[in-house]
Design a protein around this ligand. Structure first.
Ligand code: TXA
Ligand code: MG
Length: 352
């Protein structure tokens, strides 16, 4: 697997050329990482079992965690899925292309390795011109999980992909930083009442406008061993930096006080401390390394900076990272997704 990974720097002047070279790799059963609006994905031909198997190998992904299949138009959905209900069509009309993954009953053409033997398939139409052009040109749906080593924070730039997967994949298309920064909302449409399996930019309140009742099928904590889960991905460690991560949750003033106390405590023990905090919190606390997430009133900015911040501090040789959990407390919008990822990444949660 130790090969050279080609890096395609995409610009408007070479767009077609690069898409066609990358599509060629997909058609031949290779792996290409590419930008979507959420995070970078690691793509392979979703209908080619050997190609899909390379994704699992490159990421070190558990063999029972199924992939999302990316499509460029709704005709491709009919190849993959059966029984697309009217309410599902309404969601597709409203949110595709965009960061909403829908789970369907699958057709036999979808290989077992893509869905890990489930009788369902996860599908989404990404809202990114590079992703759409690549799928079109490849002429096949593209299976793509986030393009990171399993368990690490998802990549929001091509540099993150290269840091994790260089030499393990055939190519990466560098299309610059992504827009959203956290992975798509995952919604299971195969039961009578839709079930939200992962929060993302498309919020549950937006989904309810189209389908009425929605059940919450995810937890913010890690699922215990042996516990039954509906989305296999939910049971694995996620988004974790190698450095110990402590998340402090509460109102902003309480969080500021607690972080100051922790910085003092760790400092006395000669530990180097990194902070992952909002601009407002950073005005009141300091440490050896500080990564600014953005204003606490701008959860979109925080979402787009989150994974880059975790990776940045992980490289800074700190002994502990303290994360500011005063965000997302309004429980709406992408703040819910940010908090979900932080809770899953954290080794310790301090609820004030
Ligand atoms: O934004 C995204 O969704 C990104 C970009 C690249 O599109 N992809 C992504 O893929 O986050 P991944 O593999 O990191 O997460 C896919 C999630 C996992 O939690 C997996 O268990 C779940 O979707 N999933 C996939 N197929 C499923 C199925 N048939 N039933 C239930 N859950 C499924
Ligand atoms: Mg992932």
């Amino acid at each position: 697997m130790d090969n050279i990974t080609r890096i395609f720097q995409i610009e408007s002047s070479n767009f077609d050329e690069i898409i066609s070279a990358a599509a060629q790799i997909i058609k031949q059963g290779g792996t290409v990482a590419f930008p979507t609006e959420t995070v970078y994905g690691l793509g392979a031909d979703a209908l080619n079992p050997e190609a899909v198997q390379k994704i699992f190998q490159a990421k070190g992904r558990p063999q029972d965690n199924p992939l999302i299949v990316h499509i460029a138009d709704t005709e491709q959905l009919d190849v993959l899925a059966k029984e697309v209900s009217d309410s599902t069509r309404n969601l597709m009309d409203a949110f595709w292309p965009g960061p909403l993954t829908l789970i369907f009953r699958r057709r036999d053409i979808v290989p077992d390795v893509t869905t890990c033997g489930l009788d369902t398939v996860a599908v989404r139409m990404p809202d990114n011109p590079v992703a759409i052009a690549l799928i079109r040109q490849a002429g096949t749906p593209i299976a793509a999980p986030s393009a990171n080593i399993s368990g690490r924070p998802s990549p929001t730039t091509a540099e993150h992909v290269i840091a994790d997967l260089s030499g393990r994949i055939d190519a990466v298309i560098d299309g610059g930083p992504v827009r959203v920064g956290v992975e798509s909302t995952v919604l299971d449409m195969t039961s009578d009442i839709p079930v939200l399996l992962r929060p993302g930019e498309v919020g549950v309140e937006q989904i309810r406008e189209y389908v009425g009742e929605v059940l919450i099928g995810y937890t913010d904590t890690q699922v215990g061993a042996g516990e039954a889960v509906r989305s296999p991905g939910l049971k694995y460690t996620h988004y974790s930096p190698e450095t110990r991560l402590v998340l402090v949750r509460g109102t902003s003033s309480a969080v500021v006080d607690k972080i100051s106390e922790l910085v003092r405590k760790y400092g006395h023990g000669n530990s180097r401390v990194g902070l992952l905090v909002t601009d407002e919190t950073a005005e009141q606390v300091s440490a050896d390394e500080v990564f600014l997430l953005g204003s606490r009133y701008d959860t979109s900015a925080i979402a787009s900076n989150l994974f880059a911040g975790l990776r940045h501090l992980d490289l800074k040789d700190v002994d502990v990272i303290i994360a500011d959990g005063s965000i997302g407390s309004d429980r709406v919008g992408v703040g819910v997704a940010v908090l979900n990822r932080l809770k899953k990444a954290a080794d310790e949660l301090i609820e004030l």
